[in-house]
Design a binder for this molecule. Structure first.
Ligand SMILES: CC(C)(COP(=O)(O)OP(=O)(O)OC[C@H]1O[C@@H](n2cnc3c(N)ncnc32)[C@H](O)[C@@H]1OP(=O)(O)O)[C@@H](O)C(=O)NCCC(=O)NCCS
Length: 223
């Protein structure tokens, strides 16, 4: 049975940089699949925490979860560009800001903390009236479920190299996509098939085991 834990999300600032840096380094080192968490450079983390929005969860003072919004405008345009290209223009988005640094301490996973952080970040994005983009390793099922659970859709694919194939998960501010019908299910290991589905204007709306459920946008597209 799922344990019910109620942790409060707190805002982190530039002053918390060393603590978040140590938490992410320690937690990534402990991952079985390190490729699931693409590390920030020190400069990137500083920039995100000082110029963006940083959130954390503490247990009796100890940092046990993090999630940030990167407000870098240029990078937001680059992410949107990948989505437009991946979907052959079916999803027309100008800028989507990366929701990055999602990490829950290994001892606290599976208790709803990821979901709690995801809610905090999406609520803040709605206040800021911005679209969000999650960049997730294609085989990272826990992260995919956490994003898809908050109505993100798989709308892009980017291959950095053979070890890093990322899905781009988009959440439009205050809008949702309208889908005509479910039309395909593709295993996350079949990245070429995923790429093809996106290029045909299908978006990933859910995960069933290790299969992404694809649906075609209705003619209206965005509600
Ligand atoms: C991804 C991560 C943050 C999720 O945090 P969490 O606190 O364990 O997640 P939650 O308990 O809130 O669960 C969120 C959803 O993911 C699902 N989930 C959690 N662990 C899962 C797993 N190992 N496999 C598949 N789904 C999983 C849950 O069932 C839940 O979906 P539901 O609401 O449909 O039931 C956590 O696994 C983690 O820190 N992973 C290592 C770092 C990482 O990969 N970060 C993501 C970088 S993009």
């Amino acid at each position: 049975m799922k344990e019910n834990v109620n942790f409060e999300v707190v805002k982190l600032t530039g002053g918390d940089y060393e603590e978040e840096h140590a938490f992410l380094t320690r937690s990534r080192k402990a991952l079985r699949r390190k490729t699931f968490f693409y590390p920030y450079t020190d400069e990137q983390l500083k920039a995100v925490m000082e110029g963006g929005e940083a959130f954390g969860v503490r247990d009796r003072g100890k940092l046990v979860g993090t999630f940030n919004i990167d407000l870098d405008e240029e990078y937001a345009k680059e992410l949107a560009d990948v989505i437009r290209k991946s979907t052959n223009g079916a999803v027309d988005v100008d800028a989507c800001y990366e929701a990055s640094g999602l990490m829950v301490d290994g001892a606290y996973r599976g208790k709803g903390l990821g979901k709690t952080l995801m809610k905090a970040v999406t609520e803040r994005a709605n206040e800021l009236k911005i679209d969000l983009c999650g960049v997730v390793h294609i085989e990272n099922l826990a992260s995919l479920n956490t994003f898809l659970g908050q109505n993100f859709v798989v709308a892009g694919l980017f291959e950095l190299n053979f070890r890093y194939i990322f899905l781009y998960l988009l959440k439009k501010f205050e809008k949702s996509f309208e889908f005509a019908q479910e039309c395909d299910r593709i295993n996350v290991r079949k990245s070429d098939a995923v790429k093809q589905a996106l290029a045909q204007g299908m978006l990933g709306t859910a995960l069933d085991g290790d299969e992404i459920v694809f649906s075609r946008l209705s003619r209206k597209g965005l509600k």
